[in-house]
Design a protein around this ligand. Structure first.
Ligand SMILES: Cc1cc2nc3c(=O)[nH]c(=O)nc-3n(C[C@H](O)[C@H](O)[C@H](O)COP(=O)(O)O)c2cc1C
Length: 174
């Protein structure tokens, strides 16, 4: 069984609570409790990423297109960390109505930093059902992970998480 590292950074608790939901959904899809370890990057940093077979990483966007600040520090820790071939599923928290030009930018920033170190992103999702102008978290018309908006669409979060966890259990070969 693969060891999954579930790391998140969260300034007001939204990404943290979605991380707990995702953990529950993984357990519901048959992943053993001992095989999912959850960490707040504010406490652990990101050097531990390399020690897991598969990664699920949660990040919010702040300050108009910036990566959440604990992740900003954690990404610096990644210098020299080799993530070659490691599969990573990203989930992002943002606010599409107040920040429609920078919606989910942090997913794009984190995704690029991981790919530079050899990681392979999985779990891309459709932009249908969202209303925004621009996002660094979109590539070829798809989000590069799961996009969640607790500010405007909290009622959609559980269903989006369930569908995505099903998708990534296949992509991460869990
Ligand atoms: C000052 C401020 C700036 C923000 N900037 C963005 C942004 O540029 N893009 C975006 O998608 N969301 C933005 N957000 C929304 C947050 O990402 C959103 O509220 C998220 O759920 C916070 O998650 P967290 O509590 O886990 O950090 C911003 C929120 C605030 C208060």
């Amino acid at each position: 069984m693969q060891k999954i590292g579930l790391f998140y950074g969260s300034s007001t608790g939204n990404t943290a609570s979605v991380a707990r939901l995702i953990r529950q959904a993984l357990l519901g899809h048959g992943v053993a409790q001992d095989n999912v370890s959850m960490f707040d990057v504010a406490t652990t940093g990101a050097q531990g990423l390399a020690g897991y077979d598969a990664l699920v990483l949660g990040v919010s966007t702040w300050d108009i297109g910036e990566i959440q600040y604990d992740w900003a520090d954690a990404v610096e820790d990644l210098d020299g960390v080799d993530l070659s071939g490691k599969k990573v599923a990203l989930f992002g928290l943002g606010d599409q109505f107040s920040y429609g030009d920078t919606f989910q930018d942090a997913m794009g920033i984190l995704g690029a930093a991981l790919e530079e170190r050899g990681a392979q992103l999985v779990g891309f999702t459709s932009t249908a059902g969202y209303d925004f102008e621009a996002s660094r978290g979109v590539r070829d018309g798809q989000f590069i992970g799961l996009s969640l908006d607790e500010d405007n669409q909290p009622e959609l979060t559980t269903g989006r998480v369930q569908a995505w966890v099903e998708q990534i259990t296949t992509a991460l070969e869990l």
